[in-house]
Design a protein. Structure first.
Length: 477
């Protein structure tokens, strides 16, 4: 055992070094594009939307702490149980079902504010790792409509269904976040033994019946998501450590969690066949498990250094946390707009997360950011939506590019105001028919320069934009 641990440690260390040596660990293993024509079509539509809204909401909001992870015995830097002994803490956490009562919950104003901000799809946590279900599942009482929940008789008790209905009315694509690991299920974390880490706490070869029950439970729950909440576009599966052994690569080992001696194969072929039978064309994102069930990739809390040649989405929080934490600091609208531009220029989508409060509201700071982002999107959205990566994603730190799908328009984003001249080294003046700044619309003059072209910026133009200025170039083709 010691030898094995030692080998694993060495592998983990080697993996970490390898990850550091490679600039884009995501690209090391080939992306597998979908083959189903309906999925291909939906994925292309999804890529056009660019900007999505994510919500993490569940019992952790009631406590105002990190989402689920405080339940995990692994020593995580963010998990502060304030000295409460583990078993006591677990009991206290799970008993929040008796207190979580979001009486102010109304998804209509959320959908309105989020649409006005320019977002076009939504991903909501139907179940996080703690196992608490935000829809009316028949598979467990640990749900928002369960007998212990004070919210069970509220007309909006089936929270996930209500959220999806409100956003669907606004034309959004609908994404169900679902955690494969379930720390409340006795067939994942069996109460017979201690729960030392994030993984299931028994050898599935010794207790195949228990693992089979867990697989059935998972498949049944996902079937409910696909049949009882209306049309669904994306199945967003989190908890990448639940994966077949054959997918455990150096990249996975470099994450540093203890990989168990047994396989946690949840049977994705069965799940996806069932799910696409119910929701034809469904996009499936089995996060971080590279292969046939990861229709797009999902870097978390960061923007990749370079453009990526396959569909991808950065999920990122508006504060420092996924769930609601009282007093959290919100990122500025400017920072969020700059992330959006950087991501879209690199060929990705941006999934921006807010955690609703335990009463069922979004904080005023969140609405303020949404309004400010919306004002920017209203002016500059045509350079974001339905665009694709240009020859290069940018020029240094200050310039980003996108192009229209037909290649007839090149959009140039200035992350800082360039002064009176905007030098573009990668654009030849001979290709250019017309240049305007969005928010202004008057044709701008340009010149050839030794190193490309220069757009001349008259005084007073700067004030017509904010945060990031977009120059739209019509190309002569
Ligand atoms: C991670 C975390 C989880 C969070 C998710 C969001 O995988 O486990 O807590 O929900 O990322 O992307």
């Amino acid at each position: 055992m010691k030898k094995l641990t030692c080998t694993l440690f060495l592998l983990a260390t080697a993996g970490a070094l390898f990850a550091q040596a490679q600039e884009h660990p995501d690209t090391r293993q080939a992306y597998m594009p979908p083959t189903d024509p309906l999925v291909i079509e939906k994925l292309d539509q999804w890529r056009d939307l660019k900007f999505g809204f994510m919500m993490h909401w569940g019992l952790y909001a009631q406590l105002g702490i990190v989402e689920s992870w405080a339940l995990c015995s692994e020593d995580q830097p963010f998990q502060d149980r304030k000295g409460v002994p583990y078993t006591e803490f677990k009991e206290m956490y799970f008993s929040q079902i008796e207190h979580f009562n979001p009486v102010d919950f109304d998804p209509e104003p959320w959908a309105q504010a989020v649409q006005d901000a320019g977002m076009r799809y939504v991903v909501f946590t139907t179940k996080h790792h703690d196992g608490f279900c935000m829809w009316d599942t028949k598979e467990t009482d640990f749900r928002i409509t369960g007998p212990a929940s004070p919210f069970r008789d509220n007309p909006r008790a089936n929270i996930a269904k209500e959220i999806f209905a409100a956003f669907r009315k606004k034309g959004f694509m609908i994404g169900t976040y679902f955690s494969k690991p379930d720390w409340h299920s006795p067939d994942y974390w069996s109460p017979l033994w201690a729960t030392p880490d994030r993984c299931n706490n028994y050898d599935v070869c010794k207790y195949p019946g228990m693992w089979q029950r867990f697989k059935d439970f998972t498949c049944n729950q996902i079937e409910e998501l696909m049949t009882t909440l209306g049309p669904v576009d994306i199945l967003w599966l989190d908890g990448g450590w639940v994966r077949p052994d054959s997918t455990i690569t150096d990249e996975v080992r470099s994450w540093g969690y203890r990989i168990p001696d047994w396989e946690q194969d949840i049977d994705m072929p069965r799940i996806v066949t069932m799910a696409r039978g119910r929701q034809p064309g469904l996009i499936v994102v089995n996060r971080s498990v590279h292969g046939p069930y990861e229709d797009y990739r999902t870097p978390e809390q960061h923007v990749p250094a370079d453009g990526l040649p396959y569909p991808w989405e950065t999920c990122m929080t508006m504060t420092a946390n996924w769930g609601y934490v009282p007093g959290a600091r919100y990122k500025s609208a400017e920072q969020i707009v700059k992330h959006l531009v950087d991501i879209v220029a690199k060929g990705g989508n941006y999934l921006l997360n807010i955690g609703p409060t335990p009463r069922g509201t979004l904080e005023p700071a969140a609405y303020q950011r949404l309004r400010e982002i919306g004002a920017w999107m209203k002016v500059n959205g045509s350079a974001i939506y339905a665009t694709r990566m240009w020859n290069t994603y940018g020029q240094g730190e200050a310039i980003r590019f996108t192009r229209s799908k037909d290649g007839g328009t090149l959009n140039v984003f200035a992350m800082e105001w360039p002064g009176s001249r905007l030098l573009l080294t990668d654009v030849q003046p001979g290709q250019v028919k017309k240049v305007v700044m969005l928010g202004d619309g008057n044709p701008l003059q340009w010149d050839a320069s030794e190193r490309g072209m220069v757009i001349l910026l008259p005084g007073g133009l700067r004030e017509k934009g904010r945060h990031v200025w977009t120059f739209q170039i019509t190309l002569d083709r």
